[in-house]
Design a protein around this ligand. Structure first.
Ligand SMILES: [Zn+2]
Length: 483
């Protein structure tokens, strides 16, 4: 019947409007960021890694990734998750310290200290949460802190006794994360593993032990690929696999003359507080008035020790401007440890060195529905991962030092049709179109209703006129409108 059409039209229009996804939310895929600590860029080149090779074919591989200076776990991870240089985000070391009390907190203790992490720069977890995404951190550095009073929705922090290399536990962690995505609808999860860093320190990067742990990581990546399929996430989950820095073999005597600061300075006369004995990077707070004396004593002390006043530290590191950086900043040439009063240093491999050295470079791999396949990307700085993650999640980024232009070419064209910046414009246009459609529909319905109403009244009047002459009125025979 002709009278049903407007009702149908209205329900189609309303249906269109209500089935449209909330702008900026469900049209984006989920994202998993995995970090394998201390995975040097070339670790997959002298050992069989069938799963990583498969990833290179099915996704994106960068030739290598340059971490920020200082090439250290917490500072570098926080650059990845915030897109800010270390001097801007303020997480300048793995250890929290206090120059007044002399206290130093270990890497793991520092994980629970909000005051070390929360310096005004928001990590992506918090920004994404504020924009309606569900986020979680599994052992990722900084995930245990609160930012401007806000905690990450779900956060597991590594315990002190956490084993670094238990392969079964590695798989269980993947299962937990997959369930977060599928059963609890998390949008963004960061997952951290402490290897191959631990093995790299302990045995050195050029050893069979390191090759063995890389094979374990490769099997874990294979397990991840299976788990993604098993949870039907293949078409809905993007994955980025990266790391925080590389690793180099430590140089020791008798091959070299080791750096021992007490050979050049009298500690009790010049040094108030220091952070040394921690790989190739160190800082000193001089006794007041002794800054120049300390600097002069150290600057040409050892041919492989580079010593700067904080304000003269090279700009390219984007490191020294933060107030936490102590007045004298040092880094050693690749492989030299900076020892303070004694050589009590057992590591066979280390990092913390200049990020121009190839041994400090690390990995970047990515795959999933928004990434191109079999795409080899040029090397880039890890600071650019942040805007890429924001784009994948449809999150408006905080101010940052990265650039989406660096990573844009990794994405498939269909993703480019809804780029982060233009997304809001696109959805605004779409909403306007839907709004106009609904208004037009309602107007059409009103118009048709009034036409029908007029027609019905006219017909009623005709019948009434007729009935007045013939029979009683049968109102039930009159057409009913369905709206
Ligand atoms: Zn390390």
């Amino acid at each position: 019947m002709g009278f049903r059409v407007p009702g149908l039209l209205l329900s189609i229009l309303l249906g269109l409007a209500s089935s449209h996804p909330i702008p900026g939310k469900k049209s984006f895929n989920k994202l998993l960021l995995i970090s394998f600590d201390g995975f040097r860029w070339d670790y997959d080149q002298d050992v069989d890694t069938p799963n990583m090779d498969r990833l290179a074919r099915e996704g994106v591989k960068a030739k290598y990734l340059t971490p920020p200076f200082v090439t250290m776990t917490s500072p570098s991870h926080f650059t990845t998750i915030s897109g800010r240089w270390i001097e801007d985000h303020g997480v300048i070391h793995n250890m929290m310290f206090n120059t007044e009390t002399g206290w130093k907190y270990s890497f793991k203790t520092t994980q629970n200290k909000t005051e070390w992490w929360d310096n005004g720069v928001l990590p992506l977890w918090i920004t994404a949460q504020r924009q309606g995404r569900k986020t979680a951190s599994f052992h990722y550095p900084g995930g245990g802190a609160k930012y401007k009073g806000e905690a990450i929705q779900r956060s597991l922090v590594e315990s002190y006794s956490h084993p670094n290399s238990n392969e079964t536990e590695w798989r269980e962690n993947i299962d937990i994360v997959m369930n977060w995505f599928t059963k609890e609808d998390f949008d963004f999860v960061t997952l951290y593993y402490g290897e191959p860093d631990n093995v790299g320190h302990r045995y050195g990067p050029e050893t069979e032990n390191r090759r063995v742990i890389i094979q374990q990581i490769d099997r874990t990546i294979g397990y991840l690929l299976e788990a993604i399929e098993r949870h039907s996430l293949t078409e809905h989950l993007n994955v980025i696999i990266t790391s925080d820095h590389g690793m180099t073999t430590v140089k020791k005597k008798p091959n070299v003359t080791e750096i021992l600061l007490t050979n050049y300075i009298r500690y009790k006369d010049l040094v108030k507080f220091d952070i040394v004995d921690y790989g190739g990077f160190g800082m000193i707070l001089p006794i007041p008035g002794k800054e120049e004396a300390l600097y002069q004593a150290l600057k040409n002390a050892h041919p492989h020790l580079n010593v700067y006043k904080k304000e003269e530290f090279p700009e390219r590191f984007h490191f020294a401007k933060h107030e936490r950086v102590l007045p004298i900043v040092m880094f050693a040439d690749s492989g030299y440890n900076i020892n303070g009063r004694l050589i009590i240093y057992f590591n066979k491999g280390d990092h913390g060195f200049d990020n121009v050295h190839m041994d400090m470079k690390t990995i970047f791999r990515a795959f999933g529905p928004d990434f191109k396949k079999n795409h080899l990307a040029e090397p880039f700085d890890s600071i650019h991962i942040y805007p890429l993650m924001c784009k994948l999640l449809g999150v408006t980024p905080e101010p940052h030092n990265g650039s989406l232009a660096v990573t844009q070419e990794m994405l498939v064209a269909s993703h480019d049709q809804q780029p982060g910046g233009e997304m809001q414009k696109t959805s605004a246009l779409r909403n306007t179109a839907i709004g106009l459609g609904v208004v037009t529909g309602v107007l059409a319905v009103l118009f048709v209703t009034s036409v029908i109403y007029t027609a019905v009244r006219r017909k009623k009047k005709q019948r009434a006129d007729q009935n007045n002459k013939n029979e009683p009125t049968h109102l039930a025979q009159l057409p009913k409108t369905s709206f």
